[in-house]
Design a protein around this ligand. Sequence first.
Ligand code: FAD
Ligand code: MLT
Ligand code: ZN
Length: 443
Amino acid sequence: MFVDEIRAVVGSDHVFDGAGTSHVVDWTGRFVGVTDTVVRPGSIHELIEVLRVVRAHGRSVVPQGGNTGLVGGGVPLRGEVVLSTSRLNKVGVPDTASRRIEVEAGATVESVQIAATSVGLRYPVDFGARASATIGGTIATNAGGVNVLRYGPTRAQVLGLEAVLADGSIVSTMAGLLKDNTGYDLRGLMCGSEGTLGVVTRAVLRLVPAHASVTTVLVGCASVADAMSVVGRVCHASDTIDAAELMSRRGVSLTSRVTGEAVPFEAEWYVLIESSTSQDQEAVLARLLAGCSLVAVAGSPSRRRALWRLRDEHTSSIATLGTPLKYDVTVPLESLPRFVAAVGEAVTAVARSAETIVFGHAADGNLHVNVLGASAEQAVDEAVLTCVAAHRGSISAEHGVGTAKREWLHLTRSADEIAAMRAIKRALDPDGVLNPNVLLPPL
Ligand code: FAD
Ligand code: MLT
Ligand code: ZN
């Protein structure tokens, strides 16, 4: 019997029925799946053996890390086996000379950040789910976060990785050589593949210097256009800007109420800017923000943490109002203010009583459009995502496509591109063993 064979591979403690566990429902609560089998391999060899048994029984798996994904890509929506990387969580000793660290896929982002900080370095991918999101999940979704502006998304940190393909074969670039042009970029292919082409088991990650001087500033603006001109001015004048995050009055006041964190001043829109370098940047930022009447500089690490909490806790604070329809999109910077106005109107046109809260990574053009109180999901999907396409944007900036947006992929990818992706999927996973129900549109 299937589960007996799986139990023989990983042991009874590491295979169980998923019913009633957190493994079958995504972080937002919107995507609820079912499975008779959650399995936690303790090594790459056990993982390969599990995949052999899965193939022999004609089943498929959903690889699962921290289950913080926001597009329904990491839960068993069609009875797939949940392949959890939670036991593959070792974090190596950072190599300070070459500024890199070797980790297992199930290690959390935060555990890698802590290891880097312990030697005066920094792992630059950061976002609110750092304590649960895993390195494997962030590679699979090419996660972005608040520091993409300066350091790039997860893909830019991956010097090498090891992954198991559907047939149990292994691709590995764990030497993590800075220059290694030997054929197709299999490492790059795994980044953003959402568990559909391979199960990432290990990675070599880049670390960056942890600068001594960090300046964090909250700026109040009258409009999105004002906010984006502040972002443009600061980001073009300084190469020490790590983050520039946009928030609305509604998002900040809601998060302040939920977290109890005080807001330094009232404004229609807010930009949270962080700069890090070796010398103090307060004077530089003060000059760049000279025309802004509402500016609060964090005078201490605790004040900095308090300002960041107003941003980090947006997602969980919005979730206190109900399960939102979440749209993680990118639009060209120059059309961002027009898009914010247009998307609010587009939602109201199809869901009159719905509320739309917009926030995100302003400097990347990456906005998170959260729609609350709308029942007509399909209509709101279409309204928001066609509005993105009309502004020449991308329907998925950093969360991946998952199951949430696979039917809308054509709004950003051409028919030829989708056909090429299907050809790659057919070549590497002809039997649909790995996460067959996400990313690519259903045939
Ligand atoms: P899971 O949710 O477990 O899985 C995500 C996807 O990756 C699934 O398709 C899964 O099958 C696949 N997968 C997981 N592990 C592996 C593996 N080892 N090999 C192959 N495939 C695998 N994301 C951002 O990009 N930027 C943000 O700013 C951000 N902020 C967030 C804030 C909050 C509060 C929350 C809850 C989420 C946020 N996210 C953000 C979304 C989420 O944290 C990321 O998508 C993250 O990469 C998911 O990691 P995970 O380990 O939880 O993956
Ligand atoms: C964020 O930037 O906070 C995340 O991407 C989460 C979200 O979109 O809610
Ligand atoms: Zn984000």
